[in-house]
Unconditional design. Structure first.
Length: 450
């Protein structure tokens, strides 16, 4: 007979209780040649995950009311799990195992549950768009997580999950560059797909909800709960290793070869090919630049990595949407280094697109390193009062001769004749070497402005 979602919920109720936990772990342990606690708990969690997503799927095929009932029941069961597992009269080894599960795999399962529920609600309502770019959606999810907008992130990800049920593909590179919480969700999505492929006995990906419901009612599908139990044994799926996935298109190949390969570099002549895929690469480059944790770690280590390459390409491709992330990186670089240099070069290439943000940054933040970087960039801007006044502000707040000597070239290269009075004034009170520098600068500026 067909398995009702309520049968799956009953199985879940048993598994998340003390007796179900102990019996399942003992069964898993007996199947191991060498006991490994982490593997045992991962297999147990995998079994729970399989039953949860399968129950949600079958409830979704029944009705939205059934899905609401299943979601509520699942939330309640997982919420009660700590109280049911942590019994005071249990042996100390069982207590330790239960505590370890709740702190690791159990926490991950609770983190993923809203994603699973959101995915099936969006699928059941038909509230998704197969034309949406998954890279763009994932970038928006990551931005929402960085900004602390968890509800928005879950809502966006639920829509993406619904398209995955319909056959949408997630690029493997996301598993190497995503925000840690987003990575947990992505691996959960992968587990969900594997579970549905293994247990529904229906072709995957799915059709829209109306066709799936019709197919369910017209077929004689028989599902044995033993199928779910088999998947929680070691050797059943627990996650898909994305390291071994081959690229599916040219963008995948670019990300794999240049960003996440052994050397993480851009070979000679590669830019021409990259330009052809600018629009599809843009959300991936932006996601790398906007990933605070990835960026901070790479900048601190001063190593060559995907962030450095994304900075370089953002400038070469003149990505307007990359201006704000680059401004953030510029402000975060507190010591000289390769990331600061590449950010300066990138913003120089699109100073016309970043002029307003650069001027605002100069007004709000001040340090010698930042002032020097801003001056280096703004000297390439087109003549206008706002940029000139910003350069003057930077000049005036760096009072020492050694500081001003580092800013002379920016004023001269910008070429505004009004800078002559600034240089003349500074020459009145400077030391001999500084005055010589100023004299040469004045002569050069007079030559360009006869």
């Amino acid at each position: 007979m067909k398995v009702d979602y309520r049968e799956l919920l009953q199985e879940l109720w048993h598994l998340v209780g003390y007796n179900g936990f102990v019996s399942t772990c003992l069964e898993l342990k007996e199947g191991m040649l060498f006991y490994e606690r982490d593997l045992l708990l991962a297999a147990y969690a995998s079994g729970l995950e399989t039953i949860i997503v399968s129950a949600l799927y079958w409830a979704c095929l029944d009705s939205l009311d059934a899905l609401e009932e299943t979601a509520s029941c699942t939330e309640r069961l997982l919420g009660d799990m700590p109280a049911r597992l942590l019994r005071r009269d249990s042996p100390i080894d069982v207590q330790a195992l239960a505590e370890s599960f709740l702190a690791t795999n159990g926490w991950v399962l609770l983190e993923r549950l809203p994603i699973y529920i959101g995915t099936f609600f969006r699928y059941g309502r038909g509230d998704y768009n197969l034309d949406d770019n998954p890279d763009h959606t994932l970038r928006q999810v990551q931005l929402a997580l960085h900004r602390g907008k968890d509800d928005l992130a879950r809502e966006l990800f639920g829509g993406l999950g619904a398209t995955v049920l319909r056959g949408e593909r997630i690029r493997p590179c996301w598993c190497k560059m995503a925000h840690p919480r987003l990575l947990i969700w992505l691996k959960g999505l992968d587990n969900m797909v594997n579970a549905l492929k293994a247990t529904t006995q229906l072709s995957f990906p799915f059709e829209d909800i109306d066709k799936e419901r019709q197919r369910k009612h017209n077929s004689a599908i028989v599902i044995d709960l033993e199928a779910f139990r088999n998947l929680r044994r070691p050797g059943g799926f627990m996650f898909t290793n994305h390291e071994g996935l081959s690229p599916q298109d040219e963008v995948d190949k670019i990300m794999e070869d240049y960003f996440f390969g052994e050397r993480c570099h851009l070979p000679w002549g590669a830019l021409k090919n990259i330009r052809r895929h600018k629009s599809r690469l843009a959300p991936l480059l932006l996601a790398i630049l906007e990933n605070d944790l990835l960026r901070e770690r790479e900048i601190q280590q001063q190593g060559r990595g995907p962030v450095l390459l994304a900075i370089h390409l953002a400038g070469r491709l003149r990505l307007k949407a990359a201006v704000n992330p680059l401004i953030t990186i510029l402000a975060e670089c507190t010591v000289p280094g390769v990331h600061l240099v590449q950010t300066i070069f990138a913003l120089e290439r699109m100073v016309d697109l970043a002029e307003e943000q650069l001027v605002d940054l100069a007004r709000k933040r001040s340090s010698l390193l930042l002032d020097l970087a801003l001056a280096d960039i703004l000297e390439h801007a087109s003549p206008c009062d706002r940029v000139y006044e910003t350069l003057v502000t930077i000049w005036n707040r760096n009072n020492r001769s050694q500081q001003k000597s580092l800013l002379i070239d920016a004023l001269v290269n910008y070429g505004d004749p009004r800078a002559l009075s600034l240089l003349e004034e500074a020459r009145k009170g400077g030391d001999l070497e500084f005055c010589r520098e100023l004299s040469r600068a004045i002569a050069k500026l007079q030559t360009t402005n006869p």
